[in-house]
Design a protein around this ligand. Sequence first.
Ligand SMILES: *Cc1c(COP(=O)(O)O)cnc(C)c1O
Length: 486
Amino acid sequence: MAKVNNDAAHDDMSLELSSQQLRELVDQAMQRLSLFLDTLPEQPTSNLDGAEQIARSVSEPLPESGVLAEEVLDQLFDTLIPASLNPTSPGYMAYVPGGGLPQAAVADLISGITNRFVGIWHVAPPVAQIEATVIRWFCEMVGYPGGAGGFLTSGGSLANWSAIVTARRCRLPDNFLNGVLYTSDQAHHSVTKAAILAGFPTQNVRSISVDARFRIRIDALANQIARDRHDGLQPFCLIAHAGTVNTGAVDELAALAELAEQHHLWMHVDAAYGGFFLLTERGRERLQGVERADSITIDPHKGLFLPYGTGGLLVRDRNDLRHAHCMRGDYIPPAPDDPDFVDFSDISPELSRGFRGLRIWLPFKLHGASPFRSNLNEKLDLASWATSELRKMNEEINDELEIVAEPQLSMLAFRLVRPGLGEDELNRLNGQLLERINSTGRVMLSATRLHNRYVIRVCILSFRTHRPEVATCLHEIRQAISSLSG
Ligand SMILES: *Cc1c(COP(=O)(O)O)cnc(C)c1O
């Protein structure tokens, strides 16, 4: 009997790696990762020279055949990955950094290879329960009662979107275009974007002015609500901030909860930046009242230091989430009827979902909550310390260093002011200042505009950023200022 040679055909379609081959691939990747991590302190915080050219080099037609892992890994680690900002760097204090705990990446490897399905509880009960447990930890952290629930998202923006959709579905009729949302003029842009994606025209989002500490003005808010009611509109949702992205301002949550209750508004708190400070005593004090919100956005890829890709939405009454999202197909097994268990697809927009919870569960199981808490406490201390050092610096120099926003959590904003310069010139001057601070690549800060004033932000949040890095940052600020004065 002629023996059919299947080998050639199999070779051509073999996507299956032997465990030995897989181990070799992981080892090869790990060798590069070790080098990446070991050289992190020396890597520049930003390396965009030539990045555009390199980016173009990625575009190619779909390859018909493969190349050696060696070659692809070299391309990634030697060329593509380095040509970027470096949020893993200890000196990175731009935007809202987290650092990216490698432990969570190990969790991703496990989730990916075991490939469990977490959208339907019956498909992988204990695995779904891991995400449910992580959500329970967070609900307890924010002070929610037993009936609360939530789910993990890919980030804060999607959590804000699901929050507004939930508020809309629970508080407004199907024809909802009379509904009005309120937030401050310091709101993260994802709030307005979420409202638009939830079906509201931009003009239904009221941008309320803020006080000297960049917190929403409650009197202005109350006036606007009254005006809108008078005009026959339907105020239904207030989005407060526990740590704005511009300056880290924390709205007066308890007073806002009072007002929201009075006016039957759904209160959502965007705590994407500030939420995990609730693990600390000072954070709990500053975010007092957050437990009265109907829903809260958190962002573990910020305050829990996770790699990008994990946000979360917590809702005080999980039935509201179900009311907003539940829709079932005949091909899906029935939902668990035990209230301890949940089908995430019933309370969130997605059906197929990976083992997201493991990226949080594994680091907490390995380390406990304590080092997370200590890190967050350290960041609060570092922001206060940096502010007092900047104040001292200001006394030594002729230029005036204005602390525009004192830290309410771990973020502050400052700018250089010089007598005789108009706003535009000051903005240009501070743009130059930022460029010089970042030019050595040892630290990275970013800027924002506060009512048209250009200011420089320092956001201390990465688990890799400690006192020496903040000292380096202060040194770079001092050097940059004196180079501009000279
Ligand atoms: C980061 C941030 C967001 C958006 O979260 P992503 O995870 O980037 O989608 C929303 N609000 C605030 C206050 C933030 O800091």
